[in-house]
Design a protein around this ligand. Structure first.
Ligand SMILES: Cc1ncc(COP(=O)(O)O)c(C=O)c1O
Length: 456
């Protein structure tokens, strides 16, 4: 098994509370940040609570447009990160127009009242969702929607235990980090929720069952083993595909779906970052021909403008009319819902799911040919426009090339391409679904140039 490096994001900030600033980050700052930007960064550091993976900030953005973000100094970057909110591109004209119109009419709606954009968005989502996911609750963020799903699962099954996956992320609140599987979010915070069992994810390169290069579903069968041993698990909760990305094999979800059914557990799929087309389908579970009991979506649902998430639940899970389930101030925010509706209109009218498939396949082919020239690339995988390039020191040992990955990231940033690194050595690429082939080729060209420089 290869050894993992701590998670690194675009700030170059290591996960394990490592306050040492990386030399690559430092070099980038010295080369690219002028006194005005530096002054704003200092102000940011003065007023905001520090936290890993978010601070210290690297740069100050001034504007964004389509696949680009622009910094204070007027430099433009292709944003292949975008926190996965930018399916339709930043400042998409249709989304912005819908929001502006809604702001002029009804920008807020108090609880116990409703509004037309909220009703229309709920209707649209239930029409798009697979199976019997006919009931909706909006939430002002993915984490809160996950919390709602966990509460509903307890109420529906009378069981409090869950099974989730190591390395997973479901948000940063206490309930979400209890089911989440990343140490950085869990350590030193406990006690966490009781009954949160964890199982290995479908990640062949770190599989405790040593499945080799291809997942052989032992990890999926292990979930059934835990369901059976515990006997009273209420829900299995997992990301359909992990952002890293891990792309489970075709039968993975069918195996787990069947196990949940046999043991009376609900299946909750978290598609917060990849819903609405990133993988080439509206919902990722459609790739697996599986319908969960609850599906949680978010991020791009707010059009890259508003925090908006949704829990889609099986119709017969509408069982809590007498108890508070979500109860959020912004649970039917009209402007956010107008943004959501406009986002879906763009996805449909502009053929963005098809574009995600086409550009994703093209990119993976091109990365495959880069692999022949660059031994540093240990593997590449993707689904639509969720892609990862894994850098290794040696293809046989698969030892993580974390240092090289970080250098590539900062070099690419210097050439106008922003992306993040996950698991310490995976260049994770999630561009807007509006990307053109020419833009994709330019971005991959930058990555290749950086690989050449790093290998020298
Ligand atoms: C898989 C997954 N679940 C949940 C969340 C939490 O969403 P939010 O930040 O909107 O609360 C995230 C955010 O990155 C995520 O990637």
């Amino acid at each position: 098994m290869s050894k993992r490096s701590p998670k690194t994001d675009v700030s170059g900030f290591k996960s394990e509370g490592d306050l040492n600033i990386s030399p690559h980050r430092q070099a980038w700052l010295e080369e690219h940040i002028d006194p005005e930007t530096k002054a704003w960064l200092d102000e940011d550091a003065k007023y905001f609570l520090r936290q890993s993976l978010s601070t210290p900030c690297l740069n100050v953005f001034k504007s964004c447009d389509g696949i680009y973000v622009e910094d204070l100094q007027g430099r433009r970057y292709m944003d292949f990160h975008g926190n996965n909110v930018h399916q339709v591109g930043f400042r998409n004209p249709r989304v912005i127009a819908a929001i502006k119109a809604q702001l002029d009419e009804l920008p807020f709606c108090s609880r116990r009242y409703t509004n037309i954009p909220a009703i229309k968005l709920a209707k649209k989502l239930t029409e798009l969702a697979p199976g019997n996911l006919k009931k909706v609750l909006f939430a002002p963020g993915g984490t809160t929607a996950i919390g709602t799903a966990l509460k509903l699962a307890r109420a529906a099954t009378g069981r409090f235990k869950t099974i989730s996956l190591w390395d997973s992320f479901h948000g940063a609140s206490l309930d979400a980090i209890s089911v989440g599987g990343e140490a950085i979010f869990r350590q030193g915070i406990g006690p966490l929720l009781p009954g949160t069992e964890h199982a290995p994810p479908p990640d062949p390169s770190h599989c405790p069952f040593q499945c080799g290069t291809q997942c052989n579903l032992q990890c999926a069968r292990y979930i059934e083993y835990v369901l059976e041993k515990e006997g009273d698990v209420g829900a299995v909760i997992a990301e359909t595909v992990r952002s890293t990305p891990y792309i489970p094999p075709p039968d993975y979800w069918k195996t787990i779906r069947a196990a949940c059914d046999r043991h009376g557990a609900l299946l909750i799929l978290d598609e917060i970052p990849h819903c609405l087309g990133r993988t080439g389908k509206m919902f990722t579970c459609e790739h697996y021909d599986v319908v969960p009991d609850m599906l949680v979506i978010g991020k791009g649902l707010g059009g890259g403008v508003f925090p908006l998430a949704a829990l889609l639940a099986r119709e017969d899970l509408d069982i809590m009319p007498e108890r508070a389930l979500g109860h959020y101030t912004h649970e039917k925010n009209p402007a956010a819902c107008a943004a959501g509706l406009a986002t879906i209109e763009c996805l449909e009218a502009d053929g963005l799911l098809e574009n995600a498939r086409v550009q994703g396949e093209h990119a993976l082919r091109r990365i495959g040919s880069m692999m022949e020239r660059h031994p540093l690339i240990g593997g590449a995988r993707g689904l639509g426009l969720l892609m990862g390039i894994e850098l290794v020191k040696d293809r046989k040992t698969r030892e993580c090339a974390g240092e090289a990955a970080e250098r590539v990231m900062y070099l690419a940033l210097g050439k106008g391409l922003s992306f993040k690194i996950t698991m310490g050595n995976i260049l994770t690429l999630t561009p807007p679904l509006t990307i053109t082939r020419e833009q994709m080729d330019r971005a991959l060209g930058i990555i290749e140039e950086c690989l050449v420089e790093v290998s020298r």
